[in-house]
Write a protein that binds this ligand. Structure first.
Ligand code: GLN
Length: 454
């Protein structure tokens, strides 16, 4: 049914860069046979899943939506993908994204944008617009994304889906094409909180192949979601409203739905408290130094020698070949960030830019610690606005960056965050998202609270 649905709607939505098609059907039949033979299968066995193209897959191209990796098939699966396969889930294909996960609209994909299924003239968010659109358009019930500054939560918000960025280190980054290694996390996209929890339980947990992977044990996220849904109660839960993430620049309908969500939480027994996070206003500035710095280093490996695109006119020096390849293979946003990052890291500027940004990062972490002393979870709108029209933020890169104001703090601090739908904005009929954040390692709290709000 999902393969058919993709054939029906993906010419319009363009959520997929690669559709597994026959391979997916063959795998589904294999699972059916195993089930018929009485084999013990996990709860998600046979369920299709779409995979963001930033994750390595040994049987499908993995391009991170860049020309520099066009057609590249990695020699191994990313750990989250391997774990999904082992649990019997069926990969449906690879989803579109902003090139190397840099962006908030999927307009920076080298293969053309994904369109928002709610309104094809609008962006599906980014960088993981393909995964969110695939789930919203019923092309896939589940998807994987990656979130470095909001790329799971923001697309979820503008497509009316659920998306979770786990605690940093909670899900392996092995085989995830790196953007900014101290910020990147892989996580689930789904249509319900419980669905996301079931995926989280499969992909999460220690992986010796990722040096930043946290040791277990982790509680069951699915149990937490079921518990929340069954009790429907938030009695004893202190919900902190982050003053700085609910500003006057937010769209009226977003603020209205957010206010209603707070009321619903209070009605369910939560104690609503206002918390302050005075350094969050500097989070975007710090992020857009730290991210380009790390990205410029991570992207140095696309050198025309080891793998990927090679532009070699013959007679060129190695250095010229590298320059020509990177010139042809990277899009403008990627180049912008590489230049920004190498500048911020260069001698003489390092302390002023990268060093200061790291200090701000510590201040953001302290804000979280202080806020979590007053509240069990923190909430904000997932995004300042609903899905914006194509082209409305591409002329000015800063405009695009500002869209991440709500989501970036969690990445800087490594804490988990969930985005879930809380209705449509009255003025445009488009989905609005609620962001819930919890202290590091307390991901289960997101699922428990999210299942009550849902
Ligand atoms: N929009 C943010 C950026 O452009 C987030 C990216 C991400 O989470 N991968 O960096």
């Amino acid at each position: 049914a999902h393969v058919d649905r993709i054939a029906q709607v993906d010419a319009d939505v363009h959520a997929f860069l690669h559709v597994a098609g026959e391979a997916a059907l063959a795998r589904a039949e294999e699972i059916d046979r195993a089930r018929a033979a009485g084999e013990a299968l996990g709860p998600l066995a046979g369920v299709p899943v779409a995979i963001k193209d930033v994750l390595c897959t040994s049987d499908m191209p993995s391009t991170a939506a860049s020309k520099i990796l066009e057609g590249w098939i990695p020699p191994y699966d990313a750990t989250p993908v391997a774990r999904l396969r082992a649990a019997g889930l069926v990969p449906l294909g690879k989803t579109n994204m902003d090139e190397f996960a840099m962006g908030s609209s999927t307009e920076y994909s080298a293969y053309g944008p994904t369109r928002n299924p709610w309104d094809l003239t609008r962006i599906p968010g980014g960088s993981g617009g393909g995964s969110a659109a695939a789930v919203a358009a019923f092309e896939a019930p589940l998807a994987l994304g990656s979130d470095t500054g909001g790329s799971i939560r923001q697309p979820a918000a503008v497509t009316g889906t659920v998306g979770v960025k786990p605690t940093y280190g909670g899900v392996s980054r092995f085989g995830a094409i790196a953007l900014a290694s101290s910020l990147d996390q892989v996580g689930p996209v789904s249509r319900s909180v419980l669905d996301a929890a079931l995926v989280h339980d499969v992909i999460g947990g220690h992986d010796p192949l990722d040096a930043t992977s946290l040791e277990g044990p982790w509680p069951s996220m699915a149990d937490a979601a079921r518990e929340g849904a069954a009790s429907g109660s938030l009695a004893g839960v202190r919900v902190g409203v982050v003053k700085e993430l609910n500003g006057s620049g937010f769209q009226a309908g977003v603020r209205q739905r957010f206010g209603e969500a707070l009321k619903a939480m209070a009605d369910a027994g939560a104690e609503i408290v206002e918390v302050e996070a005075p350094h969050f206003e500097y989070a975007i500035s710090a992020y857009y130094l730290i991210l380009p710095a790390e990205a410029s280093s991570n992207l140095a490996k696309y050198d025309a020698v080891r793998f990927g695109l090679r532009v070699d006119p013959g007679g060129a020096t190695t250095e010229q070949m590298m320059a020509l390849t990177r010139e042809a293979g990277f899009g403008p946003e990627v180049k912008r960030r590489i230049i920004l990052g190498t500048y911020a890291l260069s001698a003489g500027y390092y302390d002023a830019y990268y060093g200061s940004a790291q200090q701000v990062r510590t201040l953001v972490q302290r804000d979280f610690a202080a806020a979590f002393a007053q509240a069990d979870v923190l909430v904000s709108p997932s995004t300042p606005t609903t899905a914006f029209p194509f082209g409305s933020k591409t002329a000015d890169p800063l405009e695009m960056y500002l869209n991440d104001v709500t989501t970036i703090p969690a990445n800087l601090a490594g804490v988990p965050g969930m985005g879930l739908p809380i209705g449509l904005a009255p003025e445009d009929g488009l989905p609005v998202g609620l962001q819930i954040m919890a202290p590091a390692r307390e991901d289960a709290r997101l699922y428990r609270v999210g299942a009550v709000v849902e």
